[in-house]
Design a binder for this molecule. Sequence first.
Ligand code: NAP
Length: 250
Amino acid sequence: MATNRVLLITGASRGIGAATARLAASRGYDVCVNYRRNRAAADAVVDACHAAGARAAAVPADVAVEGDVVALFQACDRTLGPVTALVNNTGILETQMRVESMDAARLARVFATNVTGSFLCAREAIRRMSPKHGGAGGAIVNVSSGASRLGSPGEYVDYAASKGAIDTLTIGLAQEVADDGIRVNCVRPGFIYTDIHASGGEPNRVDRVKQFVPMKRGGQPEEVAHAILWLLSDEASFTTGAFIDVTGGK
Ligand code: NAP
């Protein structure tokens, strides 16, 4: 097993990020667990990583704030070492509504966190991974959504559009840094059982919409984590700019 594989996961205190952290620790990564508010939940993820034999650290940062992102990666440098892998997992959505009711403040929050946050974290990762900056290559996985293809009408077109930006970030960045030895790929989850749906005002949304999924069920965070870990791994060594839809067929 390779040593000193340092994985930073944004938004890893719960949901898909937490599942990815636990799985990564069991695969031999040291894991930087970013969170925004819930220190206790992040500490529990760190404890689970330690139990799997990994080094791990919880680091608070709002990915929408440039200074926070810079400090996040510097904290990772100090505690675990420079990142060799990044999962741009943080994503937010807000109360379900039609576009005609959305104000600029909401749009700014969603795009700042989902889009600007992913760009800033990718920038900091590349500054550590690229041979131009003394790095030895690496891998980035962006967590988009099936919403980027479906548009989320009547619920959160803003969120879906932000995920469209993540898809395009993946396509462009993958080509930009390919000869720096950095692979950039994307996972698009479908309806997954996490707390994110409560943010939209419908905690039980997955059970309402699962009838529209060809596999007739929602997904578990661990099912998304497995796709992320494969894209990060050497098994995906010739895969970049690629998308894995973990959606049950929708
Ligand atoms: P979740 O359960 O709502 O968890 C969100 C995580 O992001 C938490 O750890 C939260 O930390 C953190 N976070 C929120 N705002 C942040 C910020 N500004 N800076 C840093 N961290 C922040 O989300 P999830 O369902 O696991 O979703 C993970 C990713 O998958 C997102 O990109 C989401 O869009 C995508 N996705 C999810 C689904 C689904 O059905 N669940 C479907 C498609 C795509 P604190 O709790 O500490 O604040």
